[in-house]
Design a protein around this ligand. Sequence first.
Ligand code: HEM
Length: 447
Amino acid sequence: MAATSIRPPGPETPDWLQKLQYAFQFTRYLDRVGAYGDVVRAPLIGNNPNTFLVGSPAGIKQLLSGDGGRIGSPPNSHLRPIVGDTSLFVLEGERHRRERRLLMPSFHSERIKDYGHIIRDLTLCALADRKFGIPFPIREVMQNISLDVILKVVFGVVGGNRFDLLKSYILRLAETMRSPLFAACLFFPILQKPYGTWAYFKSLQQKIDELLYAQIRDRRQVKADAAPGTDILSLLIAARDENGDAMTDGELRDELMTLLLAGNETTANTAAWAMYGIYSNPEVHKRLRAELLELGETPDPAVIAQLPYLNAVCNESLRLYPVAVLTTPRMVKAPVVIQDYAFEPGAILYGSIYLTHRRPDLYPDPLAFKPERFLERSYTPFEFLPFGGGERRCIGEALALFELKLIVAGLVVNSALQLADQRPEIPRRSGVIVTPGRGVPMVLQHD
Ligand code: HEM
C-alpha cells in the first residue's frame, strides 16, 4: 500500500493531560492508546508533540533494526547527572558502539555461569530473618538479593566495611531517586540546587564514588600482581578496544553506576512479579516445583537454568509483567514510513513492549498467566522483547535471566511460601520501572 502522510491516530485529549494520565494511570493510558492501532501518537514523555508508540512486530522490527540508518537511538541525556558523561546510556554513535564492544563480552551467558553459586547462596539465606506466619513483601527480599548480586558479581566487593557502606549508601540513593522531587530535578535542571533533595543526592553520590574509585584501584592492583578476579569489574579492567586502549577510571566508574541503575531494580521487580504469577496460579506452582524436585538435592545452577518449564514461567512473567513497558526512545533521522505512516526527522518513537506483549493475535487470552504458551510455540525478538533490541538491547539479559531462574527455583524448592492474601497486584510506576503496587505480600508456613 502507498505511504500516506496522515498522522497516526491517538487520543484527542490535550498533550499535558495525556502526560498526567501516563504518569498516574499508565496501564489504563496504554490500554486506551493501544486501542487506536499498531502505531499511535502518544505524547507521554518529554515536550516533543511528535512522539509515537509502535506496538506491532513488523513496526518494532523496523524500529529496532534502525531501518538502514533512518532511525537512530539518541542518548538518554537526562541520566547524565547520575551515570556520568561516558556511560553507555548517554553515549551515541561510534563511541556507544565501542563501549558496548568493551562491555558485552563480560556479560556473555557462558561467563555468567561462574556466578551461579553466589546467586544460589544469597537465595538460600534470603529468608533467614523472616518469621513464620508474619507477612512481608517479597519485593524487599528480591531487592536485597539483586543488590547483593550487583555488589559481589559486578563490582567485585565481597564483604567487609566497603560492602556494608556501599550497600547502605546505595539504598539511600535508590530511596532518594524514587521521590517525585528527584524526578523533577532530573527533568528540569534549573531545580538542581545546592540544597534540598538534589544536594542530598550529590552528597550520597560523592560517598559512593569514593568507594567505587577505591574498589577500582584495588582491582587494578590485584591484576598487576596476581590472577585477575572473575567479577565483572575485573573483566572490564582487562578489556581492550580495537586500538588496544583500556577503560579509564572515570569510564569504569560511569559504567558501574550504569549497571547498578539498569540492573538492580529491574531484576528485583521482575523476580517479585514472577513470584506473584507463580503463587497466584497453583497449577503453575505445582508443575514448576515438580520439575525442580526432579533434579535432586543440590543441582548445578547451570542445569537449573536449562529447565524448560522454569524458562517458560520466567518468560511468561516477563511477557505479562514487563518492568520496562517501553524501549528507550528512538529518533527518526531521515524520512521513514512505518506501517503506512510517514515520519519526518525529529519524531520520537518508542517500541511498546507492553502493548506488543498483550496482543491477542500473538498471545491468545493475553491477560492470563499461561507459561505453556512458551512451550507450544516460539516467538521472534519482535514479538517478545522484554529486553528491547537492536543497538540499545539490554546487555544484562543473560545475567538477569540466570539470576531470575536461580532465585525463583531456590525459593520454590526450599521455602514453604504462599501469598499472604488474594488481593490482586496493581502495577505501579516507580521511575521508569513498573513494580507490583503492594510488593507481593507473602508469608512463610511451617512445612
Ligand atoms: C529483568 C531484568 C532486566 C530487564 C527487563 C531489562 C530491560 C532493559 C531494556 C528494555 C532496555 C532498553 C533496550 C532498548 O531500548 O532496546 C535495557 C537496557 C540496558 N540494560 Fe537492562 N534489563 C534488565 C536487567 C539488566 C541488568 C542485570 C543489567 C546489567 C547488570 C542491565 C543493563 C542494561 C544496560 C547497560 C542497558 C543500556 C544499553 C544501551 O543503552 O546500549 N539490564 N534493559
